[in-house]
Design a protein around this ligand. Structure first.
Ligand code: HEM
Length: 493
């Protein structure tokens, strides 16, 4: 592994770099120390760490407004830094030897535990091993392969919607999560709704809840009753179930029609496939679709807050589909739907922030970075840079008629080697569910609802979304809402 020379003079100069959109030019003898929050004696970076855990979105937004494109939590010890904007994204995502993905590093899962094996998928591996796994998985995730799941997604969604009634109140966030999980168990593992799938769904929900809880991060101790222990136990039940499913698939006489079956059968040019443990990690990585649930939730919210945009989308659905279920060809004609989803993922990216780690002492656009520095990036913040997205807080799907951001300006699905493998699948399920749902209902919040955005595994609504199912196409005025969500967007005048 190469080791960059960093016997370089460091300078601190917050004012020079503050709000600058061009990082200070690098000279071989002069790299800059990352500017940032003033050092707090004894406490150091931990104070900002607590602020971040309390409200990551609010914290990163404030950080960007105060320090611009790069900053640290402690200006004397840049162990944790945040970067924003396309110039920094480009370096971070393309220099994959220096900046590695290592999801859950901070969680310190016990070595040899089920939790460690479940988490050992693409987002925790790098270099040649990562490329090899992607090569093995790619065929199953190509658009043509994914399009074949249209019928399964449609029928599961229709059967769910059949149980909903006009004018009733529903916790639509919970409904969508349940629906997405059913779709995922069917398409990823080939499981229909039965005892086993219900058990797996139960443990996945428990694992996501406990793993995303601050109690797990702040108190990672395996003691009776602790959230951490609940997480570890759910993981071992999930691992046992997945191993069983893999065994059954290996014993079956024909290959199943689902992603896991494709991964079991995948072989590289030398005829080598995944080991059993690698399969467990990759199978679990592709099983959890909470990002898709988040995308649907925020799209429904934004449409409810913007009656004109809702009306335009509804007209497109009526004109193109005339109430029938869409085919793949139909979906490709729904341009306004495509813009609505792009715009919703811009304002409320489910993966609102992410992490890379410096794998060696190195430099990032002229700044000195020490080995093991944690580097946060945030789609939520970077998608609000006004130089790139005019009137960034406005929900304006129409902007996508002419806007063509570079891969480093719009990063809802990530960029570089770790970009989203499930993008085609995600877009297919999000589009289909939205179309089928909006053909039958117009979900609308109760006036005065409290909506606080919160980062769990994905960006979601703290109190959930309780909506009334109005008739499709009804013209409604946008309901008034309260909460920190009002910082995240501006209603159109
Ligand atoms: C709207 C829904 C989704 C969004 C917004 C989304 C977004 C992302 C983002 C931002 C990354 C990169 C993370 C990073 O760089 O650290 C990512 C990675 C990934 N996503 Fe998605 N995702 C979605 C749905 C899905 C679905 C449904 C699947 C599986 C079918 C999936 C599978 C993956 C995998 C396997 C990776 C890891 C790729 C790698 O590390 O090489 N995603 N996703």
């Amino acid at each position: 592994m190469s080791h960059s020379p960093v016997s370089l003079k460091a300078t601190t100069d917050i004012d020079k770099t503050r709000h600058s959109h061009q990082p200070t030019a690098k000279t071989t003898s002069n790299l800059h120390l990352v500017p940032g929050y003033r050092h707090i004696p004894l406490v150091g970076w931990r104070w900002q760490g607590l602020r971040m855990l309390n409200d990551p979105i609010g914290f990163f937004m404030k950080t960007y407004q105060t320090y611009g494109q790069i900053s640290s939590w402690d200006n004397t010890n840049p162990k944790y830094i945040a970067i924003f904007g396309p110039e920094f994204h480009q370096t971070l995502f393309t220099q994959s030897k220096q900046f590695i993905a290592d999801a859950f590093r901070e969680s310190h899962f016990p070595s040899g535990s089920s939790m460690e094996r479940l988490s050992l998928g693409l987002l925790r591996i790098n270099g040649e091993k990562h490329r090899q796994h992607r090569r093995l998985m790619q065929p199953a995730f190509k658009k043509n392969s994914i399009d074949q799941y249209l019928n399964s997604i449609t029928s599961i969604t229709q059967s769910t919607l059949d149980t909903w009634s006009l004018n009733e109140l529903r916790r639509i966030d919970q409904d969508i999560t349940h629906l997405i999980t059913r779709i995922s168990l069917k398409t990823m593992f080939g499981l229909d709704q039965n005892q086993l799938s219900k058990k797996l769904e139960h443990y996945i929900a428990l694992l996501l809840k406990t793993a995303g809880s601050p109690a797990t991060l702040l108190f990672p101790v395996d003691l009776p009753g602790s959230t951490y222990r609940k997480m570890l136990q759910s993981a071992s039940y999930i691992e046992a179930i997945i191993r069983n499913i893999i065994q059954q698939k290996r014993n079956a006489s024909t290959q199943g029609y689902d992603i896991l079956s494709a991964l079991i059968a995948a072989r590289d040019e030398q005829g080598i496939g995944f080991s059993e443990d690698e399969l467990i990690g990759e199978a679990y990585t592709v099983l959890c679709h909470e990002s898709s649930a988040s995308a649907i939730l925020w799209t429904l919210f934004l449409l409810d807050q913007h009656p004109e945009e809702y009306a335009q989308l509804f007209t497109e659905l009526q004109t193109t589909l005339n109430s029938k279920s869409p085919t793949i060809e139909d979906l490709s004609k729904l341009n306004y739907l495509d813009w609505v989803i792009k715009e919703s993922l811009r304002l409320f990216p489910p993966a609102a922030f992410g992490i890379r780690y410096a794998n060696e002492d190195t430099e990032l656009n002229g700044y000195l970075i020490n080995k093991d520095t944690t580097i946060f990036f945030s789609a939520y913040v970077s998608h609000r840079i006004p130089e790139i997205f005019d009137q960034p807080l406005r929900f304006n799907p129409q902007r996508w008629a002419s806007l063509k951001p570079t891969p480093f300006e719009y990063i809802a699905f990530g960029a570089g080697e770790h970009n989203c493998m499930g993008r085609h699948f995600a877009l297919l399920e999000v589009k289909l569910i939205l179309v089928l749902l909006l053909q039958r209902f117009r979900p609308s919040l109760i006036d005065g609802s409290q909506i606080d955005r919160i980062m769990r595994i994905s960006l979601t609504a703290k109190q959930g979304l309780t909506v009334q199912l109005k008739p499709p196409g009804s013209f409604l005025k946008s309901p008034e809402v309260k909460g920190n969500i009002l910082e995240s967007f501006e209603k159109n005048a």
